[in-house]
Design a protein. Structure first.
Length: 726
């Protein structure tokens, strides 16, 4: 017996026309119009995939969908009995229109049992859709899959616009190689199902991936894409397979129906481990289709930036899962992976029989691409010349040669030069270009440098040195808070309020770095996040050996720690229980909404900065000894349970202790063996920490695995008062 229309559809999919998406109508040998009507209505009533109307679908003569009474009451034996003696066959459909057994008119009965005919153009006729018209606006399995996915990581996402892509006439060899592999049209005999393109930062891997994704999408060979980015928080490994599965589901219609059905039965699929996700979202649905003599197209999947995936173990697991599938031939998918050659990734791609499963292609730093870099520079700087009406002799051939030498085979260098010359805040492109050309006389090419971005680092130093002195400390603090990757949604507003900046101050500061910062993504609505053109700039800022005085973890870190400490001390001193928390919202168009939320945001940044990056200096440690930790639970949850909960990534007393000088630890953060602390918790705890001393003391414990709670330090008088009140 068919349990529902989904099962009916899937059990009989061997009769479905698989090449053209016209399998929305079935025909029964010897069935009456009413019997056909009952069956089609059952499918309509039970499955979301039939409900969405598609403008491209043809109008099919059919009655208004209704439910057979016996079916609606749950007595499905009636339909099941009919199916036992009636055969199903494929319907030859011209222009996706329904062809009846007796005539083009479809006979049916209305609620009163009267026979009527519905012709094309009749107001009662129904517009049928193909499987691609899946309604994700309802609570469906695919909606749950979309919720677990990260659409911002797709190749055509607006969050990545404008995406990096190869300039016309550049990297053609690699684009042709990857698209040929993905479409199965490569002249090379390729038993491999995986292609790994690797190379150092700045050689254009993401641009190649984007160009290939767009080309494969045009040829309808692209199943899905995912562009990892740690700076944009697109680095969650648990979102990869739901994202790929969702994209394939919108293209492979039967696969989408199976996945939708799977998740409806078990909504926890999207929360499982990545290995279980792959099993439930790929292996089982594809296996079920194969059992029904239906196969998924050999789509290609592109995964860019594997080295930016959060966690080395998760990255290796992803590679191993894909390799195991390729080894066992459990899916027809082809996989293109791109990353830096990080040691853990190299080791995983080289283990066991991986070389026979995976084709490895290096994208090196090479002066052999100088002609392509020259092409990019000439085309783009010519646009700048015309835009600013500069002489045709600008830049000169000698200037171009100098620029090509500076780039030293790095496309990211050329792209950064173009943006730097075209910066809006500069006096003129001529002055900007002169600054770049002077750089060539200050540095010596290092073709055998241990660091492939040595020349680019010198350019980044030039960019930072061009920031006005008054703006420089402000932009450093913005970049430091950005590096925490903890402020989600409307990041501009939150950073501004944490640092006490107005909207204009924030925009002026970020505008000074428009050659490396995506200034176009700073909207009036302030709903986006700070985005960099390339991750190498943040890498540069975080490495003191590379960036020197521009490192955000040196004097900038010390200064911001002290600044936030003083600001919170002032808030604690002025706070009164009955009044709003005295914190100033400097960007009023704020999602923070009220002073208490801003206070909690300040605390999160404050605690994260004090426990991260480098030890506290003696002056800051001495100031922290006087910090009123006791005020945190009082101000965070007024009128509720007196405690404040923080994610472990934001606050951990163990990490804080590691950053405190040994001589100051007993006054700032230390283990508490007070029996009152261990006894007076909502649940028994084995370990508790005290923060501060004397009247400033508070207590904290790990409430759950990923959260820490800061609460008032218990006292006998407090216990006596609580007992009396109860």
């Amino acid at each position: 017996m068919f349990k529902d229309a989904h099962d009916f559809l899937l059990e009989n999919s061997q009769f479905i026309h698989n090449e053209k998406p016209v399998y929305q109508i079935f025909n029964l040998h010897g069935a009456s119009a009413e019997e056909k009507d009952d069956l089609l209505q059952a499918l309509l009533a039970d499955s979301d995939i039939w409900r969405r109307h598609n403008q491209e679908a043809k109008t099919v003569s059919s009655p208004k969908p209704r439910m057979n009474k016996a079916f609606a009451e749950g007595r499905r034996e009636n339909i099941d009995t009919k199916l036992q003696y009636q055969g199903l066959r494929k319907v030859n459909i011209r222009d996706d229109t329904y062809v009846g057994e007796e005539s083009d008119a479809y006979r049916s009965r209305d609620a009163e049992g009267r026979t009527k005919e519905t012709e094309e153009g009749n107001p009662n006729s129904v517009t049928w859709t193909e499987f691609s018209a899946i309604d994700v606006n309802t609570e469906s399995g695919l909606q749950a899959l979309l919720n677990a996915a990260v659409p911002e990581a797709f190749h055509d996402s607006s969050a990545r616009y404008p995406p990096p892509r190869c300039h016309h006439g550049t990297r053609e060899q690699y684009i042709e190689m990857l698209t040929g592999f993905g479409s199965g049209t490569s002249a090379r005999s390729e038993p491999e199902k995986i292609l790994w393109l690797y190379g150092p930062a700045g050689v254009g891997k993401s641009a190649v991936a984007q160009s290939c994704a767009e080309a494969l999408a045009r040829s309808r060979n692209l199943g899905g894409s995912f562009f990892f980015s740690r700076l944009s928080r697109r680095n969650n490994p648990n979102a990869l397979f739901p994202s790929i599965s969702y994209q394939i589901a919108t293209k492979a219609h039967l696969y989408g129906a199976v996945v939708d059905h799977q998740i409806r039965k078990d909504p926890t699929i999207v929360t499982k481990s990545i290995r279980e996700q792959f099993q439930e979202l790929f292996l089982k649905p594809i296996g079920r289709l194969q059992n029904l003599s239906t196969e998924l197209r050999p789509f290609v999947v592109i995964i860019d930036g594997l080295d930016e995936c959060d966690g080395h173990d998760a990255t290796c697991d992803i590679i191993e899962i894909i390799a195991e599938s390729a080894r066992m031939r459990t899916t027809p998918l082809r996989w293109i992976c791109l990353s830096r050659p990080e040691p853990h990734i190299v080791a995983t791609f080289n283990m066991d029989d991986m070389p026979s499963l995976c084709r490895q292609v290096e994208l090196p730093v090479s002066r052999k691409v100088d002609h392509e870099i020259l092409l990019l520079l000439v085309d783009e700087l010519t646009k700048v010349r015309k835009k600013f009406q500069l002489p045709e002799s600008w830049p000169s051939e000698k200037d171009f040669q100098t620029l090509v030498d500076l780039c030293a085979g790095l496309f990211i260098y050329a792209a950064t030069i173009i943006r730097f010359v075209n910066i809006r805040n500069a006096l003129s492109p001529v002055d900007q270009l002169d600054a770049v050309l002077k750089l060539a006389h200050c540095i010596k090419p290092q073709p055998h440098s241990d660091h492939p971005l040595a020349e680019l680092d010198a350019f980044y130093k030039l960019i930072m040195s061009c920031v006005p002195p008054k703006i420089f400390p402000v932009i450093q603090k913005i970049l430091l808070v950005k590096s925490l990757n903890m402020l989600q949604w409307k990041e501009f507003v939150k950073i501004s309020n944490v640092l006490g900046l107005s909207e204009s101050q924030f925009r002026n500061a970020t505008g000074s770095l428009s050659s490396v910062l995506d200034a176009k993504s700073l909207p009036v609505v302030s709903s986006q996040e700070i985005r960099f053109y390339h991750a190498s700039f943040m890498d540069f800022l975080q490495d003191e050996e590379r960036s020197g005085k521009f490192c955000i973890y040196s004097e900038c870190l010390t200064g911001l720690r002290q600044e936030l400490l003083e600001r919170l001390n002032q808030v604690h001193t002025l706070s009164k229980d009955e009044n709003p928390i005295p914190v100033q919202i400097t960007w009023p168009d704020s999602p923070i909404g009220n002073e208490e939320r801003l206070y909690r945001l300040l605390l999160r940044v404050f605690l994260c900065l004090f426990q991260s990056f480098r030890p506290l200096d003696p002056v800051t440690a001495a100031s922290l000894q006087k910090f009123q930790f006791s005020m945190i639970p009082r101000l965070c949850n007024r009128g509720t349970f007196p405690g404040a909960t923080f994610p472990a990534a934001t606050f951990s007393p163990e990490k804080l202790i590691d950053q405190i000088p040994v001589s100051s630890r007993h006054k700032i953060a230390y283990l508490s063996y007070d029996p009152l602390v261990l006894w007076c918790r909502p649940r028994p705890v084995r370990v508790a920490y005290a923060l501060g001393t004397g009247k400033n003391v508070a207590v904290c414990w790990q409430d759950r695995q990923d959260y820490w709670t800061i609460a008032p330090y218990p006292t006998f008088s407090g216990l006596w008062k609580s007992s009396a009140e109860s």
